[in-house]
Design a protein around this ligand. Structure first.
Ligand code: C2O
Ligand code: CU
Ligand code: CU
Length: 585
């Protein structure tokens, strides 16, 4: 779907020109770093909307999409062990999905390409949070539209808290000493509008161009997400100071890892500690040292023209300018030595090694990394109706990915957090030796294919109808078909039996009041999915595995005739019943 027409080539060239100029003119003028508000659960109301934001201080506002705001969305706070419930209202002009990146949850709640939310629809997923304390995120995942919808600004962070993390002496006052940094880059045209391209000319952190922020003179925690369409960021500080990685995608590391650079790929998160103690009055930049990246790492290329040309390619650039203020009361002043004790999966427990391949698609050889459908997994393009694997419920699996692609790809899998076993035979670097949901698969070098292995356990949530995804997290590649899907299958479950025709359900009261109740004739029947449509066939509510004990809340429906489709959990067969909302409620 993502093709470059001649006009967009032209636009791209024009705007890289204008933006280059505005970048040099405005070198010294910083904008205050925007920090998204937090939203506490366990009940969350999110509204996705097309809107505008003044991203460039002068001139037109930019057409954006936001969640409960003008761009991006609130940072959701969840606690391990609680059940979170969502009302997600799609007020966009387009269909979308919202995916809970990194979460272990039922596939039907996952928000991948199968859980499409049409415009005007409310989607109500819920799940019990079993993930470790870490930084996760949510973003649209509509097939062939992910790049465009993320570019418009849709997405948000999720902070999970748990008892282990809460017991540590770590900074955790959000926006004071615990600061989110969402790294992206965007391309603007001369009318200040976003252009949907893999690489932007302008760095944005939390949606802010040329951001600056005042940090307290103490140990500060940054939760960093690479939310870019394609670019990797080789993170470091202008004075080359050491910083301490304390967490990866899916949880804390056993101990802080001191580094001066960390290469973060699309979709990945790290949490770091930085000591600003005794530095009041000083300034330091957090930068991307991308001049040192190889040509086949996203952001390490330096195209002078074409659809991948961009101002930031193979350059070092500032992401946020930090000014050190004074310390807060009761500051954290030391870096802890121990964080947690991760019990990693054991290779000896693996039931199977699945062998996947990444390759450049045939026919696109010159130049090798241009053109649609340039990269594929297992020699095929994504097909939403095809499940590549049926993973037996409870399996511990090694996934071995062999890449003959010349380019590096951040590989992501839904449903699980995994442990990296090896990258080209070498054990993972200490900062990658914990829980991950994205792993960078390097490009083929010196005639040698890259081989990456990770191990994961597939517990809970067997579902033969809704699959989970695995894909490259470069949104352009994913949209072009670098994605596959698997189901988790409970082989021990009794073979599905036809439901007796009498195993039907009744709706009452009908005409309905504020709550609508379902009564199943077969007490074994369980609602897998309920969908409420209006007389015109528009989907108004999508209710995966709804709790029916208190009835469905239909109080927001106007007077009229509606259809309720209920899919049975066991047989996956559905039946539709009509109900009426009366005038006199
Ligand atoms: Cu963050 Cu399937 O994606
Ligand atoms: Cu994901
Ligand atoms: Cu890729």
């Amino acid at each position: 779907m993502m093709h470059y027409t001649k006009t967009s080539y032209l636009l791209l060239l024009l705007c890289s020109f204008t933006c280059t100029m505005c970048q040099t003119q405005a070198q010294q003028s910083y904008n205050p770093l925007w920090i998204p508000d937090t939203l506490a659960g366990p009940d969350f109301n999110l509204t996705l909307k097309d809107t505008f934001a003044q991203l460039i201080p002068k001139g037109n506002q930019t057409i954006t999409a936001g969640i409960n705001g003008k761009i991006w969305g609130p940072t959701l706070i969840m606690h391990k062990g609680e059940t979170v419930h969502f009302n997600i209202q799609n007020k966009l002009n387009d269909s979308t999905t919202l995916h809970w990146h990194g979460f272990h949850l039922p596939a039907v709640m996952d928000g991948g390409p199968h859980q499409v939310i049409p415009p005007g629809t409310v989607w109500q997923p819920y799940w019990k949070v079993t993930n470790n304390a870490a930084t996760y995120w949510y973003h649209p995942h509509l097939h062939e539209m992910t790049e465009e919808q993320i570019t418009k600004g849709l997405g948000g962070l999720i902070i999970v808290r748990d008892e282990i993390e809460s017991a540590l002496a770590l900074p955790r006052t959000y926006s004071v000493d615990d600061i989110p940094l969402v790294l992206t880059d965007r391309d603007f045209n001369s009318a200040n509008q976003f252009v949907t391209v893999p690489y932007g000319d302008s760095m944005m952190v939390n949606g802010t161009l040329r951001a600056q922020h005042t940090v307290p003179a103490q140990v500060v925690r940054f939760r960093i997400l690479n939310g870019a369409i394609e670019r990797s960021y080789n993170i470091g500080f202008g004075d080359n100071r050491a910083f301490y990685v304390i967490g990866s995608d899916g949880g804390l590391l056993n101990a802080p890892v001191s580094v001066t650079r960390y290469l973060l790929h699309a979709g990945e998160r790290i949490e770091i500690l930085v000591n600003f103690g005794g530095q009041t009055g000083q300034s330091v930049d957090i930068k991307a040292f991308n001049s040192t990246l190889g040509n086949f790492v996203a952001g390490g290329e330096n195209f002078s023209n074409g659809p991948f040309a961009n101002y930031l390619g193979k350059k070092d650039f500032t992401m946020v300018h930090f000014n050190v203020g004074t310390a807060t009361a009761n500051p954290i002043t030391t870096i802890p030595t121990v964080l947690t004790n991760n019990v990693l999966l054991n290779v000896a427990d693996a039931n199977i090694t699945r062998k996947l391949t990444i390759s450049d698609s045939a026919g696109v050889t010159n130049p090798p990394i241009l053109g649609p459908n340039a990269f594929i997994i297992n020699h095929k393009l994504f097909d939403i109706n095809y499940n590549e694997y049926a993973v037996p419920l409870g399996n511990t699996e090694i996934w071995q990915i062999t890449s003959s692609s010349i380019f590096g790809h951040p590989f992501h899998i839904h449903d699980v957090e995994f442990n990296i076993i090896s990258v080209n035979g070498a054990a993972p670097a200490p900062a990658q030796a914990g829980w991950k949901d994205v792993v960078f698969i390097p490009g083929r070098t010196g005639g040698q294919n890259a081989v990456v292995k990770f191990i994961a356990r597939f517990e809970d949530y067997a579902d033969t109808l809704h699959p989970f995804m695995y894909h490259c997290h470069i949104a352009l590649h994913e949209d072009e078909g670098m994605m596959g899907q698997f189901i988790v299958k409970d082989n021990a479950a009794s073979a599905t039996t036809e439901v007796d025709a009498s195993a039907d359900f009744a709706l009452f009261p009908n005409p309905a009041q504020d709550r609508l109740f379902l009564r199943f004739n077969d007490p074994d029947m369980l609602a897998y999915y309920i969908r409420i449509t209006d007389a015109l066939g528009r989907t108004l509510y999508m209710l995966p595995q709804p709790d029916l004990h208190a009835g469905l809340d239909v109080s927001k429906l106007k007077a009229g005739v509606y259809n309720l489709e209920c899919r049975d959990a066991k047989t996956k067969k559905s039946r539709t019943k009509r109900f009426v909302m009366g005038n006199n409620r």
